[in-house]
Design a protein around this ligand. Structure first.
Ligand SMILES: O=C(O)c1cc(C(=O)O)c2c(n1)C(=O)C(=O)c1cc(C(=O)O)[nH]c1-2
Length: 245
């Protein structure tokens, strides 16, 4: 028997293979479909917001882990923006002070807009064990994996602008009781996710340059898709799902 050595996909085909993974994105999970088609109760929306907060606070820790393993100064220079996006910043120069409270603060505003207190979100009392496990698995992967794999695992963001746009399009209509200012997080993320993806995709297309490496990249992306899916499974178990075929 002769072993066949498969040639690497070109960049266009490799990107298409990565994008094809979108069919397993949590946008298709019944719990998310319920949220975005107007079938969720206020308790289910509050449950989702309080649980997702654990993901929000993990993201900058995950990004700091990526940077701590990254030996490429150019990559770190770009990647640090992600930490500022979530944690916020305050910069003082001759022109005055520029402040951005950041994505975690925007998520807390979302929490208040859906009727949760900051305190009950910050103390993580609503976070279900399997959501915590899934999110921690993402952070631990970023700590231990080669930094290029950790970069690749962020590429679920390829599919994120669509899910944020879906919320912006459907929530005001279905959930008039949510204070509209609370949805700013989703608005901000549409452009931030596109910029993140540009950087993450360029690194991934460059680094995973043989067929075995490209297959590995697809596995890594699947691992991250599974994390998001598992979070939704856990929330569906705790809060229930209805109104979805
Ligand atoms: O609301 C969502 O469905 C969703 C999904 C994802 C994602 O695909 O990982 C992210 C976000 N939101 C998000 O807001 C965000 O800042 C973010 C960062 C990352 C990452 O892996 O570095 N994913 C996501």
């Amino acid at each position: 028997m002769t072993a066949t050595i498969e040639t690497a996909w070109d960049r266009v085909e490799f990107e298409a293979q990565l994008r094809a993974k979108g069919k397993a994105y949590h946008i298709h999970h019944p719990f998310n479909v319920m949220l975005n088609t107007g079938h969720a109760t206020p308790e289910q929306i509050r449950g989702w917001v309080a649980n997702r907060f654990y993901y929000q606070i993990a993201i900058p820790i995950k990004d700091a882990a990526v940077m701590s393993n990254c030996t490429d100064r150019e990559v770190r220079r770009g990647w640090v923006q992600r930490i500022l996006d979530h944690d916020g910043f305050e910069l003082t120069g001759p022109e005055g002070t520029v402040r951005d409270p950041g994505g975690i603060e925007a998520w807390l505003r979302l929490a208040e807009a859906v009727g949760l207190s900051r305190e009950e979100v910050l103390d993580l009392r609503h976070v279900v064990p399997a959501v915590r496990f899934a999110v921690d698995a993402y952070v631990n992967f970023a700590r231990r994996a080669p930094w290029q794999e950790a970069v690749c695992s962020s590429l679920t963001e390829l599919f994120a602008p669509e899910i944020h746009k879906q919320r912006l399009a459907t929530w005001p209509e279905h959930y008039g009781w949510i204070e509209p200012g609370g949805l700013s997080y989703f608005r901000n993320r549409v452009s931030q996710a596109r910029r993140d993806v540009e950087q993450g995709l360029a690194i991934t297309l460059d680094h995973f340059s043989t067929r075995p490496l490209q297959q590995r990249a697809l596995e890594v992306l699947q691992f991250k898709l599974d994390i998001l899916w598992a979070m939704n499974d856990a929330m569906a178990t705790r809060y229930g799902v209805q109104g979805v075929a």
